[in-house]
Write a protein that binds this ligand. Structure first.
Ligand code: FNR
Length: 346
């Protein structure tokens, strides 16, 4: 099917559902336990409403921003999603080429099907790297080295996965499947089968800081308390995230956690958000409530499953067009014009 005929992310989602095997679809869409948080991520955007301003010159909208010393064309990034080879044979390579074609930034997962070096070679774009640790520190160190050698400037440490969430809809079958085929970033590394470390504490952030000059971003912070600790540790950025509702269930929606995290960091570092963004107006709400940028997970994978690189490009194009139009309709031609006054309750 022509990707251009798919008008929005929901249509891409339907196309993806039709093109994936049921167990792969379950892995992509699923969350933990009763999937309450998964549903809330989307529902909580629906409980908020925009307060547009009128008679503002929006003839030249500009969605660019500066983040970690880089100029980005869009505040919408591709969240780290593991094992993209199960959604399309080109996996991360297709996603990375699409991101590069659109000038958008991708975050490559530790458990990617293709290594970060292969992603750079295929796309000509240097992504951010998402780190899962293993109990074997030498392996963690090697992963960091591989990301640095590929040129990565930003390291996102995922902090919401000391153990895997209870995902009854798909279990860990796919993890095991992947372990038997390509190993991506983990190729040849000791302890690569265990990508979680339940003993991790804040000291690990210091350990990381001593070993890399990459910016360190913590992915999965959802409270003011932890935002304050991150600030005290000299972390460079945060991603407010509950892992797309795949880890702890019955936690709050991402967008409901944003305000307290933003207020705790007091402007000292950028705060990003992911979870539940399905329209440009969702991104606008997050940006207005203090997010410097947002990431999408499932939405670009729907594109990947439906049409490889062209599908990911379509997903990004649709969301970006919605963002631009939304900014014009709320009367905020640039991102720095947005603030909390643009969002209200009913
Ligand atoms: C993820 N996510 C994730 N996060 C991470 O830090 N490392 C990873 O390898 C993965 N893998 C992964 C696989 C799949 C199939 C999904 C759906 C998600 C979480 C991801 O980065 C992000 O937090 C959520 O996907 C954001 O929510 P939405 O946009 O999917 O609603």
């Amino acid at each position: 099917a022509s990707m251009q005929a798919l008008l929005n992310l929901r249509e891409l989602e339907r196309a993806a559902a039709a093109s994936l095997a049921p167990e792969v679809w379950a892995y992509l869409q699923g969350g933990s336990d009763d999937m309450v948080t998964l549903g809330e991520n989307v529902a909580a955007f629906g409980r908020r409403f925009l307060r547009p301003r009128r008679l503002v010159d929006v003839s030249a909208p500009d969605t660019s921003l500066e983040l970690f010393g880089e100029r980005l064309a869009s505040p919408i990034l591709l969240a780290p999603v593991g094992f993209q080879g199960i959604f399309h044979p080109e996996g991360e390579l297709a996603s990375a080429r699409a991101a590069a074609a659109r000038g958008q930034r991708m975050i490559v997962s530790t458990v990617s099907t293709y290594s970060v070096a292969e992603v750079v070679a295929a796309s000509g774009q240097v992504p951010w790297f998402q780190l899962y640790t293993t109990p074997v520190r030498a392996t963690t160190q090697a992963l960091i080295g591989r990301a640095e050698d590929a040129g990565c400037q930003v390291l996102c440490l995922t902090v919401d996965a000391p153990v895997f969430g209870n995902r009854e809809s798909h279990g860990t079958t796919l993890l095991e499947l992947n372990a038997s085929s390509r190993k991506g970033n983990l190729e040849g590394l000791d302890g690569a089968s265990a990508v979680v470390d339940a003993s991790l504490t804040w000291e690990f952030v210091d350990w990381l800081r001593e070993r890399t000059r990459m910016r360190i971003v913590l992915k999965g912070i959802v409270t003011a308390e932890d935002a304050t600790l991150a600030r005290e540790r000299g972390v460079d950025g945060l991603i407010v995230s509950n892992h797309g509702g795949r880890q702890l269930d019955r936690g709050r929606a991402s967008i409901d956690c944003l305000a307290e995290v933003v207020s705790a960091v007091e402007g000292h570092m950028p705060v990003l958000l992911d979870g539940g963004i399905r329209r440009g107006t969702d991104a606008i709400m997050a940006l207005a409530l203090g997010a410097a940028a947002v990431c999408v997970g499932r939405p670009f994978v729907w594109g990947l499953a439906a049409g490889g690189q062209a599908g990911v490009e379509r997903a990004l194009e649709v969301l970006q067009a919605e963002l631009v139009r939304g900014l014009q309709l709320v009367g905020a031609p640039t991102l720095d014009r947005l603030d909390a006054s643009f969002v209200g309750p009913r």
